[in-house]
Structures are given as structure tokens and as C-alpha cells.
Ligand binder design. Structure first.
Ligand code: JB2
Length: 216
């Protein structure tokens, strides 16, 4: 069976990783990339064919699949929902070198990078990213458009709120929750629940300050 065409949205560093994941999977062929900067160029050999305003036209041309490869959580969610509204099916990009439990539930538009581990009964919601060599144990939840950075390790039953971002090498002990939109700094060790909308870091992680509405 031939590979189905897919449009990748975003032409930066995250898109490079995603394009290679999609190619590795073999199910889809990246036929074009959309970027806020529509200058004609290639990303790992895939042509930039316009900006997001091209989505409805591409759908009319018969392309059914898209993947939003934008690292910014809020932007990824917004653009992903826009692509869905334009009639696209949001595919997943899951590395063959990731280990995903058969009892895990995976939403749409999800990226799971090489070396990632997803254990039993965990739930990865739409547009979440589980980055390179990050592991989540049983019964974890990665909320909508959240991002667990490379090399992170979450013990069983950890809940990551929607739009939350865990920096590279975050650790979390069993059962803790990280609130919606919060940012955990690289190398933190989360030993207590972290509320929504804050920056926290350190070992053990401490709340440093509230974030603004844009998550900064
Ligand atoms: O609304 C948009 C939009 N806004 C910015 N639509 C589309 N289609 N593209 C948009 N962009 C484009 O996203 C920019 O023009 C730029 O080409 C790209 C962002 O590239 P950058 O390399 O800065 O970030 P990234 O999102 O690809 O990757 C970040 O997140 C990853 C998870 C980086 O921090 C990476 O290092 C990280 N691994």
C-alpha cells in the first residue's frame, strides 16, 4: 500500500524531528510543509508550500492528513484545532524506537520521540509531545498540548495538565500533579503538586513565580 500524503505544519527544529519520525513510520509521505514564513525552501527535502492560509486549498486538493510540528504548546493547540476545523485528520508521529504499552491511550496529533516509554494505562491527550528518551510509567496522564522534555522520568500516576511544559530531565515522584500551563525548569524534581500557571524548578521543585496569560 502506498503512503498517504501528509502536510506538516511548522518548519523549525521540531518539524525536522517530526518529519524524520513520519518517514521512519512509512505510513505517510510528507508532501509539503506550511510555515508562518512561506519563503520557498526545503526542510529535510520537504518543500515549504505556503503558510497556514493554504490549509483549506490543500484539503480541497484531496490531502486529508496533517501534523502540527510547532513546539509552542499554545500555538500547537490553536493551529491543530484550526487544521481539524478545515477537515484534516491529525495523525500521530510515534517513533518505532519508542515503547508504547498496548493499554496506553493516545489522542490525535501526538508526537512520541525515539527512546520514549509509555507504560500501562497511561493516557496521552491530543497534541501532547513526549520527547526523546522521556519515560512515563503506568497511569500517567499527559494533558492536551502538554510537552514532556527530553530525558524526563515520570513515576506512576503523574498528571501533567494541559499546556504544561516539563523541561529537559524533569523528574516526578509517583502521583504528583502539574497544573495547567505550568512550566517546570530543566532538571527539576517534582515531589509535591504544582499549581496551574506557575514556573517551578529545583530539587525539590519550588514555585518561583506565576506566569502571565501567554505562559511566560
Ligand atoms: O502560526 C504559525 C507559526 N508561528 C510560527 N504557523 C506555522 N505554520 N508556522 C509558524 N511558526 C514557525 O514555527 C516559525 O516561522 C518557525 O519556522 C517555526 C518555529 O521554529 P523553531 O525552530 O523556532 O521552534 P520549533 O517550534 O520548531 O521547536 C521548538 O520546540 C521544540 C519542541 C524548539 O525549542 C526546539 O528546540 C524544541 N525541540
Amino acid at each position: 500500500m502506498s503512503a498517504a500524503p501528509v502536510i506538516v505544519i511548522g518548519a523549525g527544529g521540531h518539524a525536522k524531528v517530526v518529519i524524520e519520525l513520519i518517514r521512519e513510520g512509512g505510513e505517510y509521505e510528507v508532501v509539503g510543509v506550511l510555515d508562518a514564513d512561506p519563503t520557498r525552501r526545503e526542510v529535510l527535502g520537504a518543500p515549504v508550500v505556503g503558510d497556514d492560509s493554504a490549509l483549506p486549498g490543500l484539503r480541497r486538493e484531496g490531502i486529508e492528513n496533517a501534523f502540527v510540528a510547532l513546539g509552542d504548546n499554545r500555538l500547537r493547540l490553536k493551529v491543530g484545532r484550526r487544521a481539524e476545523a478545515a477537515g484534516f485528520f491529525l495523525v500521530n508521529a510515534v517513533s518505532r524506537r519508542a515503547a508504547v504499552s498496548p493499554t496506553a491511550r493516545i489522542g490525535a496529533g501526538v508526537a512520541i520521540m525515539a527512546g520514549a516509554v509509555v507504560n500501562a494505562d497511561s493516557w496521552i491527550e491530543d497534541f501532547a509531545v513526549l520527547n526523546t528518551n522521556a519515560g512515563i510509567d503506568h497511569d500517567c496522564v499527559l494533558g492536551e498540548a502538554s510537552h514532556v522534555g527530553p530525558g524526563s522520568a515520570l513515576a506512576g500516576g503523574v498528571k501533567v495538565g494541559r499546556l504544561a511544559f516539563l523541561g529537559v530531565g524533569t523528574l516526578a515522584i509517583p502521583g504528583v500533579s502539574i497544573g495547567e500551563g505550568s512550566v517546570i525548569g530543566a532538571g527539576a524534581c517534582v515531589t509535591r503538586d504544582i499549581p496551574a500557571g506557575v514556573l517551578a524548578y529545583g530539587a525539590p521543585a519550588q514555585v518561583i513565580r506565576p506566569l502571565d496569560g501567554a505562559g511566560r
